[in-house]
Ligand binder design. Structure first.
Ligand SMILES: [Zn+2]
Ligand SMILES: [Zn+2]
Length: 266
């Protein structure tokens, strides 16, 4: 199959990892689950860990990096991230320097995939989201951001395969179990996107005729699948989006593999 494939292996505060593949080019975005789980998840997709051409890291929070040390012990895979993030990771994990490559401006091509990073708004050293271009598809992964500013919005133009954060429901967050400082952190501009903000993002962005969306990084305390479907679905319908013909929406359990296959139409 020559289409771009996106497989979310895990998503949420207990760990994040996404596979992006086109033909024999495969990259990982975040490795916040154990090396063993990643290897097994890849096996389910008939991908060998040896095929991974690069690992991209969004930011240094442990739900995005906790498998990295073990991976680097066992495999010789280059890891790309921003300079400041790279320093934080070295301090946290004591990983060997040689495998970490600082991401600079511009794009990076690994086989059939071209990757561009962009800055997001989160309480980390230098957090990023990514665009990945392959054939007629544009993949965007945007999680762990407290806001979608104009600069981020511009990066979403014509995304055909979108992994988008829908972290919390404001009402559940407000009346939920978190300490006040943590509630404030989640809802701040350096926190996470709510269901409403995810829907607004989809409504505001320049959309292609058909796009696929995986709603990701859902909070287990401050959100649930029913609210994600109801709130976002309703806002999109009210905004004039034809769900089905124009947009396919998916979300699932934190540990379940959720996939999107690109190409003209699916
Ligand atoms: Zn984070
Ligand atoms: Zn996170």
């Amino acid at each position: 199959m020559s289409e771009v494939e996106v497989h979310v292996l895990a998503s949420g505060s207990k760990g994040n990892c996404t596979v992006i593949k086109k033909e024999n080019s495969v990259i990982l975005y975040d490795v916040g689950i154990s090396c063993r789980r990643i290897v097994n998840g890849l096996k389910d997709l008939h991908i060998d860990m040896q095929e991974i051409e690069g690992i991209f890291i969004s930011h240094e929070h442990s739900d995005h990096i906790c498998g990295l040390k073990q991976i680097l012990k066992k495999y010789d895979i280059p890891v790309y991230t921003k300079q400041h993030t790279w320093r934080e990771i070295q301090d946290k994990l004591m990983v060997p320097k040689e495998q970490l490559i600082p991401l600079t401006k511009g794009s990076l091509t690994l086989g059939r995939l071209t990757v561009e990073a962009f800055s997001v708004s989160h309480d980390a050293a230098d957090p990023i989201g990514i665009n990945v271009f392959g054939g007629s598809d544009k993949v965007t992964i945007l999680t762990d951001t407290g806001t979608v500013n104009d600069e981020i919005l511009g990066r979403l133009d014509d995304t055909t395969l979108f992994v988008l954060e829908a972290n919390y429901d404001p009402h559940m967050l407000k009346f939920g179990p978190y300490q006040p400082f943590l509630k404030q952190r989640v809802a701040s501009e350096l926190g996470h996107l709510s269901n409403e903000m995810a829907a607004q993002t989809l409504l505001m962005m320049k959309r292609p005729k058909f796009m696929q969306v995986i709603l990701a990084h859902r909070s287990e305390n401050n959100n649930n699948p029913v609210l994600v479907t109801r709130t976002i679905g309703q806002m999109l319908v009210d905004g004039g989006v034809k769900i089905g013909p124009e947009m396919k929406l998916q979300h699932g359990q934190p540990n379940e593999i959720i996939s999107m296959i690109g190409g003209k139409r699916k």
